[in-house]
Design a binder for this molecule. Sequence first.
Ligand SMILES: C[S@@+](CC[C@H](N)C(=O)[O-])C[C@H]1O[C@@H](n2cnc3c(N)ncnc32)[C@H](O)[C@@H]1O
Length: 332
Amino acid sequence: MTGTIVRLPPFSSPPTTSSGGRCCSRRRISSYVACAKGVRKRSPDDYHATVRALNSKGRTPRKSLGQHYMLSNEINEQLAAAATVQEGDFVLEIGPGTGSLTNVLIDAGATVLAIEKDPHMASLVSERFAGTKQLKVLQEDFIRCHIRSHMESLWANAESSGKSRYAKVVSNIPFNISTDIVKQLLPMGDIFSEVVLLLQEETAVRLAVSSRGTSEYRPINVFVNFYSVPKYVINVPRSNFFPQPNVDAAVVSFKLKQEADYPPVPSTKSFFSMVNSAFNGKRKMLRKTLQHLSTAANIEKALVDVGCPATSRPEDLTVDDFVKLHNLITTV
Ligand SMILES: C[S@@+](CC[C@H](N)C(=O)[O-])C[C@H]1O[C@@H](n2cnc3c(N)ncnc32)[C@H](O)[C@@H]1O
């Protein structure tokens, strides 16, 4: 891939929203950036910075790394605003790419730890911000890295200056590993206060909107609501990325709970194991799917004690209902 010059469409004037005068569907940029309703505004600076950054390394975006670069500075600012990033904050950014979001975070006064798997992009972003004390770039795979120890070392200096030992996560992450990232981050309420991610729209809806009683309700919803308070922030049309993905995206924020605020279960391992079993037969009643844990009669009685019908299916239960049921029918 190295040596291939990335050609974005020529750009001579900033496209604006459909309500904002000049339309983005003008011929010059039409091949990559289709006019879309909703948020889409960017300055020529963002656009040219992305082109320059990619061209300087002769990089073609890699599909396997989910490299769809954000072209809209306005959306980067909305990501930062969703986490209320401000002077003195510590921010973890997963996958800085060309550094367009990194730039917004640094401008807001945050100290940023950026973890980038692609060595070319890691060196690109390091060069772009060379000399900036507010940024540390690590070339690592986030899924495999020891994020706790990285955060500890970031805090090591700051502790003497009395800054908080909490960080925020603000990232435009690769869609193909977004669920793994969410699963890794949400139980880290002891080091992260909020997590704001740009996700595939479908994933965003699944994680932040699907709720009890809907056919989309899954174990992941119990997990997300156990560890956090999720919020769907804004839809981001696919036309804001280069190269354009086949799907739209959305910003989701997760306010992380501290351990003391987790629903009270003696063992999270046992709890989530029960939740997974409960959803194994989604259309089946819990008295059947949880038979390995207790007798059908016990499960029915526990469900009634929880305040649910004895014939409940998994999609009928809130997180609290699952917690109470777990604590009644397991002996962990
Ligand atoms: C969707 S792009 C976003 C780039 C940039 N933040 C932006 O908004 O334009 C995802 C970025 O994550 C990087 N990436 C992919 N897998 C990763 C991993 N496992 N750990 C860290 N970074 C990863 C990619 O190389 C790419 O730079």
